[in-house]
Design a protein around this ligand. Structure first.
Ligand SMILES: [Zn+2]
Length: 386
């Protein structure tokens, strides 16, 4: 199996050969200019830290099954997403346990799914109770931090929970973050209305990421101090953002990029379970949600609070380029190697010996990404590989 294209980070034309699921060689090609720039791009598959589901299936669904998980994973591949953290949001302990058990079963039964699921993301239930910061998470299930509860969920998942988003003002947060950090689980700050001292204490305890910076926040804030400045100014925190064109304006994306630098900025789509669904009102895990004509997904009955995005990761990589003016070589790692490194994973680059999870795509004049071919462990899972 061979693919030809321009290397996403160097723009060098290459021929990439895969054997037995891995990249076996990468040869530079010398082509004259018009031919070289006409080639598609080649990149490692995208990695998204935060995917709630797709096509009317939520990982948080209390009726989640192995087949439903597989359906979502298959729906992600045409978008170039070959690695993800399925994300379960605030829910009852029983429902969360069920979700993580099903994810564990999926990984145990299907090697390709295990390959894609590099860890799970628990977003909540230890978040702000306030409207606004709480976002679309159900108030009934918001609760204080509990290490015992986390350990139970971690056991259900087969030790797959690698990322936990919580609000630093939740009682017990510091001990909770210290415990998780000591066990190699990355803690992220999100859905919070914390004060400066609480943000500082969370970072001191080990928190390393701001989850979807600028969203899951109050609509009105004091000019300063506030938890946005506190997180933006903290060099130990990476920031994830949702550059889908709806969640944050260009100025916020640019400020995050300038404050954090490209090496500490993470692109996530935070796709809702309704991503890929036509407009309408749907029953969702935390209540009713609505897909609007313009692609936004909101908590039904209002227009202020978004409930995840309807875009997938490759659209957000393109969105980041459109919002901030950065190029592909800078944007792609924000949805690949930077989140990988955050979780201590760094094994899926375009390098000989690494698994052949490869995306071949076109970048249009309007800076949109059109996926041609996706390989997962060297197998064509989308497109024709020409
Ligand atoms: Zn969220």
């Amino acid at each position: 199996m061979q693919l030809t294209g321009r290397h996403v980070e160097t723009a060098q034309p290459i021929r990439l050969t895969c054997e037995e699921g891995a990249i076996s060689s990468i040869e530079p090609l010398s082509l004259p200019e018009p031919e070289a720039t006409a080639l598609p791009w080649l990149a490692p598959g995208l990695f998204d830290l935060q995917i709630n589901g797709a096509h009317d299936i939520w990982f948080s669904d209390e009726q989640l099954t192995v087949d439903k998980v597989l359906t979502v994973l298959r729906a992600l591949l045409p978008h170039g997403i070959t690695r993800l953290c399925p994300t379960l949001i605030t829910n009852s302990q029983r429902a969360l346990r069920h979700g993580f058990e099903v994810l564990r079963q999926t990984c145990e039964q299907h090697a390709w799914a295990d390959h894609m699921i590099s860890g799970c993301h628990l977003e909540g239930p230890h978040i702000s109770r306030e409207d606004g910061p709480r976002g679309a998470h159900p108030l009934d299930h918001v609760r204080d931090c509990s290490i015992a509860e986390f350990e139970e969920l971690e056991a259900s998942s087969g030790n797959r929970i690698r990322l936990v988003t919580l609000a630093p003002e939740t009682p017990g947060a510091v001990e909770f973050i210290q415990h998780l950090t000591a066990h190699n689980v990355v803690c992220a700050i999100g859905h919070t209305a914390a004060n400066s001292d609480q943000i500082a204490a969370a970072v001191e305890a080990g928190a390393r990421l701001s989850t979807h910076f600028g969203n899951g926040a109050k609509a009105m804030l004091p000019r300063h101090p506030n938890f946005l400045w506190d997180q933006l100014a903290e060099p130990r925190l990476l920031a994830s953002i949702i550059p889908d064109g709806h969640h944050i304006p260009a100025s916020v994306a640019k400020c995050v990029l300038l404050a954090k630098g490209p090496e500490h900025t993470v692109i996530t789509c935070d796709s809702s379970g309704l991503a890929g669904c036509p407009p309408g009102i749907y029953a969702a895990a935390g209540g009713k949600c609505e897909v609007l004509d313009d692609g936004r997904i909101v908590v039904a009955g209002q227009r202020q609070y978004l409930a995840g995005s309807g875009a997938f990761t490759e659209e957000c990589v393109a969105g980041m380029m459109q919002l901030t003016g950065i190029d592909l070589a800078a944007a792609w790692p924000m949805a690949h190697s930077i989140p990988s490194r955050l979780l201590g994973l760094n094994d899926r680059e375009l390098q000989v010996g690494h698994p052949a999870d490869v995306v071949q795509f076109q970048l249009t004049d309007k800076q949109t990404i059109q996926i041609d071919t996706v390989l997962l462990c060297g197998n064509i899972v989308y497109g024709d590989g020409l």
